[in-house]
Design a protein around this ligand. Structure first.
Ligand code: ADP
Ligand code: MG
Length: 323
């Protein structure tokens, strides 16, 4: 069983950043309004995700760490209309098979919480403990029992930068959740959860960027584009600041990038790229965001129409920005 879990872990848990993403998505699914993420040593030494969500019932805890133990998939139909982010029931089992995991959780209805520890897939402890409502998951020594995979990791600094990206995207994608991100005792950012995307951009990217944002909000033929375009003057030397969400999922997509850059064409210098945070929303039937659950790919039904819709609206929004 352990071997199968460790192999499955390779699918879900590629590196510390994927652990952070899975744990935060679970926290979001649990209805949390405040999520704190703290990492040490690039997340290889420690990742702690604390939320104020539903908590896990005592009788459900062990089950949650079994493979395909999702509480979110009620029928096969759900696969085609997935609202919650996680639905594969593999994250906790995978993570706990390749790390030392400590869970402290309490539901609102229960008077005491539970502390559950599992290391390399083996239960270490299950005891009652005083705890606030919600869940705190600590993952230590990632890949301690799979040295081959551990060797594949980059330096703690690089792994931390991947986690930083994941945290930024999660915060930008969930304006009504308050996120606090700490790296080696260093407060990276804190968002208020008041729903204001512009404020989140300010908290993450600072004053220079946030003072020079052009709002965009259009709907055409069932596709909505909403977010902020950076003034062409705050251009960047790489594409890391072209941030797209499709139906609430962070994606990297060449067609959307190209459309954005073409919309900026008359303003940008060669080899410069825009800053933009764009939420793209459309009928889920028009897009496949689950090409691979752990990847950032997306497949659109009508690429040409989408490209032109984005390009022309970015161009118009920039042209009209002074008016
Ligand atoms: P999935 O998210 O696909 O259901 P996971 O392995 O990520 O699978 O989680 C297993 C189960 O554990 C979830 O279905 C959920 O019931 C429970 N769970 C995990 N994290 C949390 C959390 N932070 N708060 C409440 N329940 C959680
Ligand atoms: Mg999950």
């Amino acid at each position: 069983k352990n071997t199968i879990d460790q192999i499955a872990a390779g699918e879900v848990v590629e590196r510390p950043a994927s652990v952070v993403k899975e744990l935060v998505e679970n926290a979001i699914d649990s209805g949390a309004t405040a999520i704190t993420v703290e990492i040490k040593g690039g997340g290889i030494d420690m990742i702690r995700v604390t939320d104020n969500g539903s908590g896990i019932e005592k009788s459900e805890i062990r089950k949650a760490f079994k493979r395909h133990a999702t509480s979110k998939l009620k029928s096969i139909d759900d696969l085609f209309k997935i609202h919650s982010l996680g639905f594969r029931g593999e994250a906790l089992s995978s993570i706990s098979s390749v790390a030392q995991v400590d869970l402290i959780t309490k539901t609102r209805e229960d008077l005491v919480g539970i502390r559950y520890s599992i290391s390399g897939g083996e239960e270490v402890c299950f005891e009652e403990i005083g705890a606030p409502d919600g869940t705190s998951l600590i993952v230590r020594n990632l890949f301690f029992n799979t040295p081959a995979r551990k060797k594949f990791l980059k330096t703690p600094q690089t792994e931390a930068s991947y986690i930083g990206d994941v945290m930024e995207h999660l915060a930008l994608d969930n304006p009504t959740i308050s996120f606090h991100y700490i790296n080696n005792r260093d407060d990276k950012f804190n968002t208020s959860g008041n729903g204001d995307l512009k404020e989140i951009i300010y908290r993450i990217y600072g004053r220079d960027v946030s003072l020079n944002l052009v709002p965009i909000n259009v709907t055409e033929r069932g596709v909505t584009l909403e977010g902020y375009l950076g003034e062409p003057s705050i251009n960047r030397s790489n594409r890391n600041f072209e941030i797209f969400f499709v139906n609430g999922r962070y994606v990297k997509d060449k067609i959307v990038s190209k459309a954005l850059e073409e919309g900026y064409k008359q303003y940008l210098m060669m080899h410069k790229f825009p800053f933009a945070v764009l939420h793209i929303r459309m009928d889920p039937a028009m897009v496949d965001v689950n090409v691979h659950p752990a990847k950032l790919e997306v497949r659109f039904d009508n690429q040409t129409a989408l490209y032109e819709m984005i390009r022309s609206n970015v161009e118009n929004t920039l042209r009209n920005r002074e008016m």
